[in-house]
Design a protein around this ligand. Structure first.
Ligand SMILES: [Zn+2]
Length: 170
C-alpha cells in the first residue's frame, strides 16, 4: 500500500480493540482509514506503533473492510477527482489573492513615496515663498525709511534757507 500521511487518517480509529488482531509486536493492532485510490475510505488494521508512511511500526497490515464494488470505486474516483480539482482551484485562488495583495502593497508603497516627495517639494516651495516675502518686506522697509528721511530733509531745508538768507543779506 502506497500512502502518504495525508492519505491515511485515524477517522475510524477505534483504538486497540479487544477483537483487533495481534500485530507482530505482540500488541493489539489499531484501525486507520485509507484515503487513497482505489481504497478511498477503506479501513485497515495496522501496528499500534504506526506513526507515518515511513514509520509503520512492525509493518503489520490487514484490511478491515471488504473491497469496494466497481460502481463504488467509480463514484469514489469521481469524488476524488472533484476534490483534487477543488484543491487546485483553491491553491490558484490563494496565489491570485497573494499576488493581488502584493500588488496593492507595492502600489501603496509607491504612493507613499510619491506623497513624501510631494510633501518635501511643497515644504521647499513654501520656504522659498517665505524668503521672497521677507526680502520684499525688507525692501519696502528700506524704501519707507528713505522716504521718511527725504521728507524730513525737505521739511528742514526751507527753514535753514530762510535763516541763512537773513544772515547773509547786507
Ligand atoms: Zn506492531
Amino acid at each position: 500500500m502506497d500512502q502518504s500521511d495525508s492519505e491515511v487518517c485515524n477517522l475510524s480509529d477505534a483504538g486497540a480493540g479487544t477483537n483487533n488482531p495481534m500485530c507482530k509486536c505482540g500488541k493489539r493492532s489499531r484501525i486507520l482509514t485509507a484515503f487513497t485510490l482505489p481504497n478511498f475510505g477503506r479501513r485497515f488494521y495496522t501496528c499500534e506503533n504506526y506513526l507515518n508512511v515511513d514509520n509503520r511500526g512492525c509493518g503489520f497490515f490487514k484490511w478491515v473492510d471488504l473491497d469496494i464494488c466497481q460502481h463504488g470505486k467509480r463514484v469514489v474516483s469521481k469524488l476524488f477527482e472533484w476534490h483534487e480539482n477543488l484543491k487546485t482551484e483553491r491553491a490558484q485562488i490563494g496565489t491570485t489573492i497573494s499576488n493581488e495583495i502584493l500588488k496593492c502593497k507595492i502600489e501603496v508603497a509607491e504612493y507613499k513615496s510619491k506623497m513624501e516627495v510631494a510633501s518635501i517639494n511643497f515644504e521647499m516651495q513654501l520656504q522659498m515663498q517665505k524668503n521672497k516675502f521677507h526680502a520684499r518686506e525688507m525692501k519696502y522697509r528700506v524704501a519707507l525709511t528713505c522716504s521718511l528721511v527725504v521728507v524730513a530733509v525737505l521739511m528742514f531745508f526751507p527753514v535753514s534757507n530762510r535763516h541763512s538768507s537773513r544772515f547773509m543779506l547786507p
